[in-house]
Design a protein around this ligand. Structure first.
Ligand code: ATP
Ligand code: MG
Length: 256
């Protein structure tokens, strides 16, 4: 009799603990723009496998500018790609804006990414045969904005990044900094709530890199956009709300 009562009390304590944990979890998911929980990533090729992420927990509040730093090979791009839904983790979950993207179907995820997420790549990723304005227009077209409104918005976006006068130029006739400005305009197309950038300044000289990051952060703050930037550049720290360092697939310092 006593032992069954003890078991009952024990179970009730465990139940309460589990419930309060899931309430905390729910609050996190609802209040954070990005909540990643126990992310593991194992790359497999043939018989070989490599554990790139060993259990990452990361919470990023809405409107924050978050840097991911760490040595080469520490897993930054892998983590960013998982946060952006480009890669599926081996285990763990990612909530973006309160939605669990790890449990979404491919179609749902594409729609979510199209509507909510902008991505800036290291190598600009511009279409070489399209003008600056057309490069931005393509991004707007993908988000369902077409024709005249797309043309108008692409010019407005280029104006925001200080490139209105180059709207009709092809990427090959622009400097690295100007190309990255187009990439920023493209990431801002359709006003996404999240922007992720992998080494956005890597192809730029350090001064241009700083100017570009300052511009990205300024625009993000203006729109209340949450931004995650992977970078090696320690000077970018000045623009960030949080800096997280990674090493060997783990977070070594956490912002929250
Ligand atoms: N497709 C893949 N197959 C196997 N291993 C991979 C693959 N992609 C990445 N890795 C390995 O995972 C680890 C993390 O790679 P990742 O690209 O995430 O690092 P990173 O921190 O972005 O490095 P860098 O600063 O050089 O860009 C590295 O050891 C890398 O070799
Ligand atoms: Mg990388």
């Amino acid at each position: 009799m006593i032992s069954s009562q003890v078991r009952l009390i024990k179970n009730s304590i465990i139940h309460k603990w589990k419930t309060s944990e899931s309430i905390d979890e729910l609050t996190t998911v609802k209040t954070c723009a990005i909540a990643a929980r126990d992310i593991k990533m194992v790359y497999k090729s043939g018989f070989a496998s490599f554990v790139a992420l060993k259990g990452i927990d990361l919470k990023i509040p809405q409107g924050a500018i978050q840097l991911l730093m760490g040595p080469s090979g520490s897993g930054k791009t892998t983590l960013l790609s998982i946060l952006a839904g480009i890669l599926t983790p081996t285990s763990g979950s990612v909530h973006l804006l309160g939605k669990n993207i790890t449990s979404m179907s491919g179609k749902e995820l594409s729609k979510f990414r199209r509507e909510r997420l902008g991505f800036i790549f290291q190598g600009f990723n511009l279409f070489p045969a399209l003008t600056a304005a057309e490069n931005v227009e393509v991004a707007l077209n993908i988000k369902g904005i077409k024709g005249k409104p797309a043309r108008q918005q692409s010019l407005e976006l280029l104006d925001k990044v200080g490139l209105a006068s180059k709207a009709n130029s092809l990427p090959r006739n622009l400097s690295g900094g100007q190309k990255q400005r187009i990439a920023i305009a493209r990431a801002l197309a359709g006003n996404p709530q999240l922007i992720m950038a992998d080494e956005p300044t890597a192809a730029l000289d350090s001064h241009t890199g700083q100017v570009i990051i300052e511009l990205l952060c300024q625009l993000a703050k203006q729109y209340g956009t949450t931004v995650v930037i992977v970078t090696h550049d320690a000077r970018i720290k000045n623009f960030a709300d949080y800096v997280t360092c990674m090493e060997d697939g783990l977070i070594t310092t956490n912002p929250m």
